[in-house]
Design a binder for this molecule. Structure first.
Ligand code: NAD
Length: 257
């Protein structure tokens, strides 16, 4: 039997980037999966060997009913959700002075309210089992700011507050809650930013990458999604029982400066 065959993981934002890699890594580790995104993933056929152990829910996390639908369907399918990975998010780059309030409200809904609501919905089952793992995908922007990213930076800082509070309340119930705070990971979210900056600055995309995105990276390289998934897998393992309430930077040395 695969190592984690008795565990079910719910992963948000699973159609792209970090979420897609998490889905593949957790599947390979033997987990049953509840995957969710507003777009369908294009890799579900890769899971055909255990297709009855993978359930995809197409839903919009900016609505409460979307969050409820995801957990309801997941529990109908697998009876328990042992691991929750709050990964979905998006970026909007704009000076603070003109940052659109409708975008701010949508960011708040997707990047803070949804992680809280999903945590609330899986919490009773985890408490009942006295076992649970929650990982919130924060960002280097949970620790530091960048100009023109007021929405993203505010939500990602807030996610650390949620992580710490949930860790304190979850501790006595066998539930651990941690955040991972990566610098730039090569995903569609970052590729779009590189293309946009290349246009704004009138320079080549590879110059944007080295001169702008990697300016504060001691390692001089973008992060691969697999580097995030490996840490998430560890945090969800039995061996990480005592690791909770922590912010795990994978930031290429950015915050060491
Ligand atoms: P991505 O754009 O490749 O994937 C994000 C996914 O979230 C998409 O599939 C999108 O459809 C989904 N999503 C967004 N809004 C949604 C909504 N309302 N309802 C349902 N699904 C929704 O981005 P990524 O780079 O893989 O980012 C994943 C997470 O990692 C995000 O929280 C992001 O902030 C964080 N992060 C990314 C980087 C990076 O450099 N790529 C760095 C630090 C943190």
């Amino acid at each position: 039997m695969p190592q984690h065959a008795s565990r079910t993981a719910l992963i948000t934002g699973a159609a792209s980037g970090i979420g897609a890699d998490l889905a593949k890594c957790f599947y390979a580790a033997g987990y049953k999966l509840v995957l969710t995104d507003r777009n369908p993933p294009d890799f579900l056929d890769d899971f055909s060997a255990r297709s009855d152990e993978v359930h995809f829910v197409q839903a919009d996390l900016s609505t409460e009913s979307g969050c409820e639908q995801i957990v309801q369907q997941g529990l109908q399918q697998f009876a328990a959700i042992d691991v929750l990975i709050n990964n979905a998010g998006f970026q909007h780059i704009c000076p603070l002075e003109s940052f659109p309030l409708d975008v701010w409200h949508r960011m708040f809904a997707v990047m803070l309210t949804a992680p809280l609501r999903l945590t609330q919905l899986v919490w009773p089952g985890m408490k009942h089992k006295q076992w649970g793992r929650i990982v919130n995908i924060g960002s280097i922007h949970s620790q530091v700011a960048s100009p023109h990213k007021v929405g993203y930076t505010s939500m990602k800082h807030g996610l650390i507050g949620l992580t710490k509070t949930a860790a304190l309340e979850g501790g006595p119930e066998g539930i651990t809650v941690n955040a991972i705070c990566p610098a730039y990971v090569r995903t569609p979210l970052v590729e779009q930013q590189i293309a946009a900056q290349a246009e704004t600055r009138g320079i080549r995309p590879d110059a944007v990458e080295s001169e702008v995105f990697l300016k504060s990276a001691a390692t001089g390289q973008m992060i691969a999604p697999q580097e995030i998934s490996s840490l998430v897998l560890y945090l969800c393992s039995e061996h990480a029982r005592s690791v909770t309430g922590a912010n795990w930077n994978i930031d290429c040395g950015w915050t060491a400066q």
